[in-house]
Write a protein that binds this ligand. Structure first.
Ligand code: MG
Length: 158
């Protein structure tokens, strides 16, 4: 028995914020605005896992009106949700993701992201796809004003 989940997130990029993506900090002039650390890749991944479980979305579990989550490391959201996956009797088969952002370049940091996320997801490196591309200068993302992330996950009975 398998279940699939799909998630998406967008954050505005603003000066004076650290650029967090996939649990790592990447040097950049702007970073994602947000109540938490603004890690859009983890937020998309969390929504994909919750979607597969049929348990709503990240905004319901970790509302941005809750002061407990101000400045929170999004990795803690992922750890919480992976606990829910395990408690419900599922495990992750594989994950694939796409990030669209103009700056900074993500490719040099993919191995570091995998090193952080794979242990939490219970995956070997090959089980986590991290793909990044630019928006060719088009639209809000292309103008460097936002980052978009998509994630798809496959679960199987543990
Ligand atoms: Mg978000």
């Amino acid at each position: 028995m398998f279940k699939v989940g799909f998630g998406y997130d967008r954050h505005r990029l603003v000066a004076g914020r650290a650029f967090r993506l996939g649990g790592v900090e990447i040097p950049a002039e702007r970073g994602p605005a947000g109540h938490s650390d603004g890690d859009a890749l983890i937020h998309a991944l969390v929504d994909a896992l919750l979607g597969a479980l049929g348990e709503g979305d990240i905004g319901r579990l970790f509302p941005d009106t809750d002061p407990r989550f101000r400045g929170a490391a999004s990795l803690s959201f992922l750890e919480d949700v992976m606990g829910r996956v395990e408690d419900a009797g599922w495990k992750v088969v594989n994950v694939d993701t796409v990030t669209v952002v103009e700056e900074p370049r993500i490719a040099p940091h993919v191995d570091r992201i995998r090193d952080v996320l794979c242990p939490v997801l219970g995956l070997e490196r090959a089980g986590l796809g991290i793909k990044a591309k630019s928006a060719e200068g088009l639209g809000e993302v292309g103008e460097g004003r936002a980052v978009d992330c998509w994630a798809v996950v496959l679960l199987e009975r543990a």
